[in-house]
Design a protein. Structure first.
Length: 447
C-alpha cells in the first residue's frame, strides 16, 4: 500500500489563478481607463451602450488598448445574448451554428444576439459573408475587434453596416493608473503581496509598455513572481529597475540604459536610411525586430520613408516598401525579417529627395492659410446644360490637342498663379522629371 489508505485521496491542487491582466480587466465604465474621446459620459457610443441601443461596430486599435474589455462591458450592460469567439479558433461551421441560434432566439424569444469576434481581420471573405444575412435581418449585432485597418481587412458589405471606432494606445498616465490599481487591489491584484515598487521601476514598466495595458500588467506580474519575500527585518518585498530589466530579457533590447522609448530606435533607423548608410540601417532594424517590435509598425514607417525621403528620385522605392509590408503581413515572423531587411537596404541605397514631401507641406500650408478660392470655371466639369450656361468648362484647353502635349492653361487659383511647390532635384529619376518640367515651362512661355 502506498502512502495513502485506499479511502484517502490526495488533496486537490489549487486552481491556477488567471493572469493578472485578466484578473484586473475592468468590469464597468467606472474601472475603464482611457479612450475618453469615445467613452466619456455623454459620448454617443457610451450612451448607446448604457441605453442598450448598440448597433454593429468595429473596434480598431493596437493591442492592449481595451477592445476586448469594452466588448465584455457591453456584454454586462446590454440585455442581449452575448456570444464571443476568436477568429483564430473558429471556422465557418462555428459561425453558421451561432447565426442559426441567433435567428431562433430573435424569432422565438424576440431577443437579439451580440456576437463579438476578436481579431476579425483573420476571417476570410467567406467567413465574414456568413455574418451578413443575420446582420441585415437584425438578428445579431456584430462587434469586431481588429488591430488592422478595417478598410482593408473587413469586407465592404459589413463595413458599410458597422460604425468604426478607433481606440488609441493608452497614455503613460493611463498605464500608470492601471499599474497602481493592480498593486493596491488585494482581491484581484497584487495588493496582498504588499510590494514596494520603486519609482524608477514603475517608470520603466510604463514606458516599455508602449500604451499596452496587457504588456504592463504582464511585466509587473513577472516581476512580482521573481522578487524575494520579506526580509528578516520585516521590510517589504522590493521591486527595482534592475529586476524589471531581467524580467524583460530580449524585450529590453529595444531600449538603452536610459530607458528611452522605442521612438528613438525608429528615429535611428529612419535617419540611417536617410543618410544612405545600409549597415547602420539594417543594424537598427535588427535591434527592433529582435527585441519584439511589431514588424508591421516598421513596415508602415518604411512606406512613409519611401515617399518622404526618396519620392520620385526612385519611384520603385514606394513599391518595394509596400511589397515588404504585404510580405510581412502574409508570412509573418520570423520569416518576414529578410523581406524587411531587403526593403531597408534598398531604401538606404536609393537616391534621396524630399521634393515630394516639401511640395505637399508647402501646398498644405497654402491650403490651410489662404482663403479657399473656388475651383476656376475652366477646370470644372459641365455634365448638365445649366452648368454649361453659367460657364463651367468654358476656356478649358485639352492638353492632348497641343503638339507639345501641354497647354498654357493656368490650373491654380488666381491668387496662387505661378506658385511652384514641386522642385525636383538632380538626383536619380528626378533629374529626368526636372528636365521634363523645364521643357513644359518653355513650351508654355512660347504660346
Amino acid at each position: 500500500m502506498g502512502l495513502f489508505d485506499s479511502d484517502e485521496r490526495q488533496p486537490a491542487k489549487p486552481a491556477t489563478p488567471a493572469p493578472l491582466a485578466e484578473r484586473m480587466r475592468p468590469r464597468s465604465f467606472d474601472e475603464f481607463v482611457g479612450q475618453e474621446a469615445i467613452l466619456s459620459p455623454g459620448a454617443p457610443l457610451r450612451e448607446a451602450i448604457e441605453q442598450d441601443r448598440v448597433q454593429s461596430l468595429i473596434l480598431w486599435g493596437p493591442p492592449g488598448s481595451g477592445k476586448t474589455t469594452l466588448a465584455r462591458i457591453i456584454a454586462r450592460v446590454t440585455h442581449a445574448r452575448f456570444v464571443a469567439f476568436s477568429a483564430v479558433l473558429s471556422g465557418i461551421k462555428d459561425i453558421k451554428e451561432v447565426m442559426a441560434e441567433a435567428e431562433r432566439s430573435r424569432r422565438l424569444q424576440g431577443r437579439r444576439t451580440i456576437v463579438f469576434v476578436d481579431e476579425i481581420h483573420r476571417f476570410n471573405k467567406a467567413q465574414q459573408d456568413a455574418f451578413l444575412p443575420r446582420v441585415e435581418a437584425g438578428d445579431i449585432v456584430l462587434i469586431g475587434a481588429t488591430t488592422e485597418n478595417p478598410s482593408f481587412e473587413v469586407i465592404s458589405a459589413l463595413l458599410s453596416r458597422s460604425r468604426v471606432y478607433v481606440l488609441k494606445p493608452l497614455a503613460e498616465a493611463h498605464v500608470r493608473q492601471i499599474l497602481d490599481r493592480a498593486l493596491s487591489d488585494a482581491e484581484r491584484g497584487l495588493g496582498a503581496q504588499d510590494l514596494d515598487v520603486d519609482e524608477d521601476a514603475m517608470m520603466t514598466i510604463t514606458r516599455l509598455a508602449n500604451g499596452d495595458a496587457r504588456v504592463a500588467l504582464n511585466t509587473l506580474e513577472a516581476a512580482a513572481a521573481a522578487v524575494k519575500g520579506p526580509s528578516e527585518a520585516g521590510q517589504r518585498p522590493r521591486v527595482e529597475r534592475s529586476l524589471i530589466e531581467q524580467v524583460l530579457q530580449r524585450r529590453s533590447l529595444l531600449y538603452d540604459k536610459a530607458g528611452e522609448e522605442h521612438f528613438n530606435l525608429i528615429s535611428a533607423l529612419h535617419k540611417s536610411m536617410r543618410n544612405s548608410d545600409p549597415d547602420a540601417a539594417v543594424y537598427w532594424l535588427a535591434r527592433m525586430l529582435e527585441a519584439g517590435e511589431d514588424p508591421l509598425y516598421i513596415a508602415r514607417r518604411l512606406v512613409r520613408f519611401a515617399s518622404e525621403d526618396i519620392g520620385n528620385a526612385d519611384p520603385q522605392a514606394l513599391s518595394l516598401a509596400v511589397a515588404s509590408k504585404d510580405a510581412t503581413h502574409f508570412i509573418g515572423m520570423p520569416e518576414a525579417t529578410t523581406a524587411l531587411a531587403q526593403a531597408v537596404i534598398y531604401l538606404a541605397t536609393a537616391p534621396k529627395s524630399n521634393a515630394v514631401y516639401t511640395a505637399y507641406t508647402a501646398a498644405a500650408e497654402d491650403a490651410l492659410r489662404d482663403v479657399a478660392e473656388p475651383v476656376p470655371l475652366h477646370l470644372r466639369n459641365a455634365p448638365t446644360g445649366l452648368m454649361r450656361e453659367v460657364g463651367y468648362g468654358r476656356g478649358y484647353k485639352y492638353a492632348h490637342d497641343d503638339e507639345a502635349g501641354v497647354s498654357d492653361m493656368e490650373c491654380l487659383p488666381p491668387s496662387l498663379r505661378d506658385r511652384r511647390y514641386y522642385r525636383p532635384t538632380d538626383r536619380g529619376f528626378e533629374e529626368a522629371i526636372k528636365k521634363r518640367i523645364e521643357g513644359w515651362s518653355r513650351a508654355k512661355r512660347s504660346k
